[in-house]
Design a protein around this ligand. Structure first.
Ligand code: SF4
Ligand code: SF4
Ligand code: FES
Length: 318
């Protein structure tokens, strides 16, 4: 190794304390490595694999902060290993890297995040209203640019699940996983609920089956999001407001009655939804111990089209 590559201080060495073990147990092991300028934590992990521990397991793909694979806890903070520069960590101190605590350990730094995919299946999918005659003629839906932009923030999600990892509702309470969707999926529901073309109603599902009320807005999820999505302010709080409006606001109730925008009950939705396709109701089954309820997928093909101006665009894929 060239001498100019070695950082000064701490003898030009760094101590990496890495979790080694599997679902049956394990412990931290120390690896002393030469410090190399410009590295991120994942670089050092790869050098440990290459020189001292070829059986060390870690998950990564892009090394560019875009695939969401390399999530871990670096010095106790949920972070992407490929986006954490070594020179941002306290100089001369041991760097501790542990697997995400909220999910079961497969081996070493790799966890089983399949809980998140089961939660994803429980969210009623995008279900656009029918096109108006004007829109059919124009060849696409008409929607305002501001409505397009509102959901763009949530589409930046790389599914690293760091927000899920840090959320105290499930981090220390395994039993809550059956009744709590978590911040990543509140952001996904917000993206769909705020979409002006979508006619599914997820508010009752969020409140009664996905534990929206269990979130006490600590903002920890927002703090660790590598995409800087304002999960709490822009997704969870607006969803809470919508859920409360749906249940208790008499003016909103009256407005829905007058405008014929009342939502269908889960049973009505189940009775009228197609067997497959984007508006299909999720099956009433249990997967990995997580109940998959009959979806609240109220199909509103008859919903009146809102007054749209400005842009003519195809409905964005959701
Ligand atoms: S704001 Fe809510 S969802 Fe986010 S970490 Fe806190 S409790 Fe969990
Ligand atoms: S919302 Fe942010 S922290 Fe959560 S999974 Fe998506 S990118 Fe990761
Ligand atoms: S390796 Fe893809 S986000 Fe880190």
């Amino acid at each position: 190794m060239a001498e100019e590559d070695v950082q000064p201080g701490a003898g030009g060495e760094i101590t990496m304390r890495l979790w080694r073990g599997d679902e049956t147990g394990g412990e931290f092991a120390d690896y002393v490595m030469p410090a190399v300028e410009g590295e991120v934590v994942l670089d050092v992990i790869h050098r440990v694999q290459a020189t001292q521990a070829p059986d060390l397991a870690c998950r990564w793909n892009c090394k560019a902060g875009k695939c969401g694979s390399c999530s871990a806890e670096i010095n106790g903070r949920p972070s992407l290993m490929c986006m954490t520069r070594m020179d941002t960590l306290p100089p001369g101190e041991t760097v501790t890297v542990a697997p995400m605590r909220t999910f079961p350990i497969l081996r070493d730094l790799v966890t089983d995040v399949s809980y998140n995919y089961e939660v994803a299946k429980r969210i009623p999918p995008f279900n656009p209203r029918a096109k108006t005659e004007d829109e059919v003629e124009a060849g696409g839906y008409r929607m305002q640019q501001i409505d397009v932009e509102r959901s763009q923030e949530f589409r930046k999600c790389i599914e690293c699940f760091l927000c899920q990892d840090v959320c105290h509702v499930i981090r220390d309470h395994e039993e809550n996983k059956t009744s709590f969707a978590g911040p990543r999926f509140f952001a996904r529901s917000a993206e769909l609920e705020m979409h002006p073309l979508d006619v599914n109603d997820r508010r009752q599902l969020l409140q009664e089956d996905q534990g929206l009320g269990k979130c006490n807005i600590t903002k920890c999820c927002t703090e660790v999001c590598p995409e800087h999505i304002k999960i709490t302010d822009n997704a969870i709080i607006p969803l809470k407001e919508r859920a409360v409006d749906a249940k208790y606001d008499p003016i909103a109730w009256l407005g829905r009655k007058i405008l014929n925008r009342s939502k269908r009950t889960p049973a009505e939705a189940a009775a009228t939804s197609p067997a497959s396709g984007p508006a299909a109701v999720q099956p009433d089954v249990e997967v990995h111990g997580i109940p998959v309820p009959v979806g609240i997928t109220a199909k509103r093909a008859d919903a009146p089209a809102p007054d749209m101006t400005d842009t003519t665009e195809d409905a964005p894929a959701v």
